[in-house]
Design a binder for this molecule. Structure first.
Ligand SMILES: Cc1cc2nc3c(=O)[nH]c(=O)nc-3n(C[C@H](O)[C@H](O)[C@H](O)COP(=O)(O)OP(=O)(O)OC[C@H]3O[C@@H](n4cnc5c(N)ncnc54)[C@H](O)[C@@H]3O)c2cc1C
Length: 495
């Protein structure tokens, strides 16, 4: 008699959910992905408007190998689905005095440090040397292992100490470079995964090492093309993806999910459930509180969260060839601004931003002779008392005026399309708790064992993949969480 395949429902189709689905299909499970929205990808959704194509979220692909190996283990070649193009410099960084640093390979960084602050050269070289073991342990070893017991955490404590994990990322960088501009250039990375460089541990300095090792890549057609490829792969492997299928309740009996209820009223009864939806929303909204000892409402009310983001997707009928694909525009304050965003939760008058111009690398993203952009401004999450219905329009005007005055000459008269996305939209479109951009902040007390576990602490056949669980936000992080989750289910199915 043929053995029946074990069934899994994956709630949510962010990169974490898609990875879990692919991995489980390869392990012989029957997989259904339920996605609330009209398209897959989660924060990596695509907005198409007036011939422009905007990736709404992630734009920087740092470790293409993780996608290559996903396809390879499925017997496919990623290159047949999407073309990856290198982007250089990794980022152009503008300081408030309009001077710039083209952040890239160590050789190019060294050349620019020589001009800016020769005394920091040795420090930079030492820093890279000291980050190498952090990267090797933290990324290559620990990011793909689950942290399910206190013992697993105790085991790595001496190592964390040795690697100076007790320093914040900014303190760590400041031990090596003295120049204020360089301190910003080499410490901003945790912001890419929702962490304040002044509070997250120095372990996250490994992000700059990842960039050095793998470079920065862009999928032709945008990040959305990569998402589409993963969706196609799921279907080729026999998985099912159901769009417009919001899960509204998880029925629990004896600490097991026995029913996954979709908004339409349909109820599925899989053997295992993976939630790739925001972890705080999963527990507090989908599961009755009597089943949640560890994942109580209090846990999620008390947790520290990443910032949110204010975005403007816009297009111009003018080209801006002098710009770079990725640009970070720093404002006059660094620590103070981050304190306003993360701690005081106020919208400051000044701001820093990230400007994305994909049509420079890939003209397909905009109509001929046009340029496609997005600008992202880190802002407080919904714990702040900000009325985004009013503030959204005001901030849009302020940010576009700023760009027109300093970086994109003639922007206002050449603007042909624009659309904003506020913290309210993160909460409604993605059901992100407190409207954050990156779920829980990756502080030491919310990392590894202390982060919500990949195998639920409360429900026996529930698993979590995505930004709010180990190892954390960012594509390498959520893809690793997808892998961990699939391995745990495979282990448990055969236990
Ligand atoms: C603007 C922005 C820019 C970023 N830039 C980068 C970058 O350049 N590089 C990088 O590596 N990372 C970047 N990140 C971080 C990265 O995008 C995220 O960490 C990652 O995409 C999150 O993936 P996830 O697996 O956690 O799922 P998510 O993307 O959060 O997706 C979760 C999915 O679950 C669905 N869902 C929620 N509730 C339900 C429900 N009840 N029923 C069914 N479905 C549900 C949602 O609709 C969504 O599709 C960026 C993030 C943002 C917001």
């Amino acid at each position: 008699m043929m053995k029946q395949k074990k069934s899994v429902v994956v709630i949510g189709s962010g990169f974490g959910g898609l990875t879990t689905a692919i991995k489980l299909l390869n392990k012989g499970f029957q997989v259904t992905v339920l996605e609330k929205n009209e398209q897959i990808g989660g924060r990596a959704s695509v907005l198409e408007k007036n011939g422009f194509k905007f990736d709404m979220g992630p734009t920087v692909i740092t470790v293409p190998e993780i996608f290559r190996s996903l396809f390879e283990e499925s017997g496919k070649n990623l290159d047949n689905y999407v073309e990856l193009l290198p982007v250089y410099p990794f980022y152009r960084i503008y300081f408030d005095d309009k001077s710039k640093f083209d952040y890239g390979t160590p050789e190019d960084n060294i050349r620019q440090i020589k001009e800016l602050e020769p005394e920091d050269l040795n420090g930079y070289r030492r820093m890279l040397k000291d980050i190498e073991p952090i990267y090797k342990k933290g990324y290559l070893e620990l990011a793909t292992k689950p942290f399910l017991t206190v013992f697993s955490m105790l085991k790595i404590a001496p190592l964390l100490f040795k690697l100076k994990g007790y320093l914040t990322n900014y303190q760590f960088v400041s031990r090596y470079v003295q120049n204020n501009k360089l301190r910003q250039v080499f410490s901003f990375h945790p912001l890419l995964i929702g962490g304040n460089p002044f509070s997250v541990p120095s372990i996250y300095s490994l992000i700059q090492y990842i960039e050095k090792e793998y470079g920065i890549w862009y999928p032709r057609g945008g990040t959305g093309r990569l998402v589409k490829s993963m969706g196609q792969l799921i279907e080729e492997l026999g998985g099912e993806i159901k769009l417009n299928s919001e899960v509204v309740n998880l029925e629990i009996t004896d600490k097991r999910v026995t029913g996954v209820m979709i908004k339409s009223g349909e109820v599925l009864h899989p053997d295992f459930v993976v939630s790739n939806a925001d972890v705080a929303t999963t527990y507090t909204k989908l599961i009755d509180k009597r089943w949640r000892k560890k994942n109580s409402n209090k846990r999620y009310e008390k947790a520290k969260y990443s910032m949110s983001l204010f975005l403007i997707y816009f297009g111009t009928k003018k080209k801006y060839p002098e710009m770079k694909h990725h640009t970070i525009i720093l404002g006059p304050r660094y620590k103070g601004l981050l304190e306003d965003i993360f701690k005081k939760k106020i919208l400051a008058d000044d701001f820093s931003s990230y400007l994305h111009v994909p049509s420079l690398t890939d003209p397909e993203m905009a109509p001929k002779g046009h340029e496609a952009f997005y600008i992202l401004v880190p802002v407080p999450n919904l714990d702040a008392d900000i009325n985004w219905k009013e503030m959204g329009a005001k901030l849009k005007t302020k940010v576009l005026n700023f760009l027109d005055e300093f970086y994109l000459e003639g922007l206002l008269e050449n603007l042909v399309v624009d659309e904003i996305f506020t913290p309210n939209d993160f909460a409604t479109r993605y059901q992100s708790y407190k409207g954050t951009g990156f779920s829980l902040e990756p502080t030491m007390r919310q990392s590894a064992y202390f982060r919500p576990h990949n195998r639920s602490e409360d429900i026996t056949n529930l698993y979590i993949s995505g930004a709010g669980t180990h190892p954390g936000a960012g594509l390498p992080g959520v893809v690793a969480s997808g892998e961990i989750t699939a391995n745990l289910i495979d282990e448990d199915a055969h236990a």
